[in-house]
Design a protein around this ligand. Structure first.
Ligand SMILES: [Zn+2]
Length: 441
């Protein structure tokens, strides 16, 4: 299947060839970081690491971690890019913000080469997901600062698909536009927005399956890996829905192939991922099925490289060969370590709550938010706000609340305190923050 892989040289390279490339680029990158950034130079010096002693991936563990908050803090005084800026402004051609669902947006720069690498990496991931030249993609991510908008558009262009840069909001107008286009279209959005859009289509009198939305490329939330969620989106629209994972700092990097067993890591040659224990910081062996927090190190970045940056995303990796022929490892995102909360010693990820709530569709929209209003230990009923479908009469709400509480208790062994919210409360096209710690504000 020579046509099914965009860059066969890179994507089917042997593990030894990949390691050789990573070693070589890591050496160059670390020397560059130390030569161009006082922050990186000092960080290495404080750990007693001479840049020229980093010979390859096996030396990574000697380098201290960095936190996104260090970069964000260095921008507080108005500094444009912050402490990890390694290229002069004259060489920077794009500035984006990242920040996910917490904290202040953090600015990062891209040189021309960085921007090209971003586009190449994303194009490989999207190709694996089934995107092809000839696809017409409605891009419904946030263009306001974030890489999910403008930079991701460049990845679709690099692949050769036609994008309609739409952005977030104006959902009714979007549905009417899609319905008016006679050819099939595709969507680049958060998965929760695809569900919301189907509700909007129905409320406007359309059967979503008649609209011709046949491919969905989804990112920004871990929901696609929740049992039942993908199937629901595919049934709502009559589409094929594929999952993608990326980070603002690194780009749109990983996409799932037709085998749907994890997302192929697409950042080969651009960044190295390590897995660590989020509590102790110990590096974990990178074996099949291993779970841990992903840590990123850029090896092909000029403007805002990362050097062992903690993502606080908990991932599971799969290293057995994939039938599609790609040799990169695959990953599943289990959730944010800061979205995880602990009840009676058990780690609860929001996605496991979502799986329970999805089983009560169509009475519930599938959207929800956990509001932790007191600091741990969580020995109190966990407040969860759950969206109820508009056509459920108010007199059924009490019974529905009790049913949700019962099912959550059965499945996850904790007692929730459920409140119902109107449809559309959470899914606005932006990332939904699943766990809010309101006691912190
Ligand atoms: Zn594959």
């Amino acid at each position: 299947m020579p046509n099914s892989i965009l860059d066969p040289d890179l994507e089917t390279a042997s593990p030894a060839a990949i390691r050789h490339l990573e070693d070589e680029r890591l050496r160059v990158q670390i020397a560059y970081n130390a030569a161009t950034s006082a922050y990186y130079r000092d960080k290495l010096a404080a750990a007693g690491v001479r840049p020229d002693t980093i010979r390859g991936v096996e030396d990574l563990a000697r380098i201290p971690y960095m936190e996104k908050t260090e970069i964000a803090a260095s921008q507080q005084d108005g500094t444009l890019i912050g402490i990890n800026q390694c290229a002069a402004l004259e060489r920077i051609v794009r500035i984006q913000a990242t920040g996910g669902t917490t904290g202040q947006p953090m600015r990062l720069g891209l040189t021309r080469r960085d921007a090209e690498d971003y586009a190449d990496m994303g194009a490989r991931a999207l190709w694996a997901m089934g995107c092809r030249p000839g696809d017409v993609v409605l891009e419904c991510m946030n263009y306001n600062l974030y890489s999910g908008g403008m930079s991701d558009t460049t990845t679709f262009e690099r692949l050769g698909a036609a994008t309609i840069p739409y952005g977030v909001g104006h959902s009714e107008r979007l549905v009417e536009m899609m319905a008016a286009i006679k050819s099939d279209v595709a969507l680049w959005a958060t998965p929760s927005y695809a569900v919301r859009l189907a509700e909007v289509a129905t409320s406007l009198g359309h059967d979503p399956r008649d609209i011709g939305l046949r491919k969905g490329f989804f990112s920004g939330e871990a929901g696609m890996q929740v049992p039942g969620f993908r199937e629901r989106i595919e049934a709502l629209w009559g589409m094929r829905a594929q999952d993608q994972y990326g980070t603002g700092e690194l780009g749109l990097h990983s996409g799932e192939c037709e085998m749907r067993h994890g997302l192929h890591y697409g950042g080969i040659g651009s960044a190295i991922i390590e897995l660590i224990d989020p509590d102790t910081g110990a590096v974990l062996p990178f074996g099949d099925g291993q779970q841990g927090e992903a840590v990123y190190t850029s090896i092909w970045r000029e403007a805002s490289p990362l050097m062992r940056m903690r993502s606080h995303d908990i991932c599971q990796v799969f290293t057995e060969p994939c039938a599609c022929g790609r040799t990169s490892f695959r990953l599943k995102v289990l959730g944010r370590s800061d979205d995880m909360f602990i009840v009676k010693g058990v780690n609860i990820f929001p996605q496991s709550i979502q799986a329970v709530i999805l089983k009560l569709a169509p009475s519930l929209t599938g959207e929800y938010q956990v509001v932790l209003d007191r600091p741990p230990p969580i020995d109190y009923p966990v407040p969860i706000r759950v969206e109820v479908a508009a056509d459920v009469p108010a007199e059924r709400h009490d019974a529905l609340r009790a049913e949700i509480a019962h099912r959550l208790k059965q499945a996850l062994n904790f007692t929730p305190a459920i409140t119902l919210e109107p449809a559309g409360t959470f899914a606005t096209g932006l990332k939904v923050k699943r766990v809010v710690r309101s006691f912190r504000s």
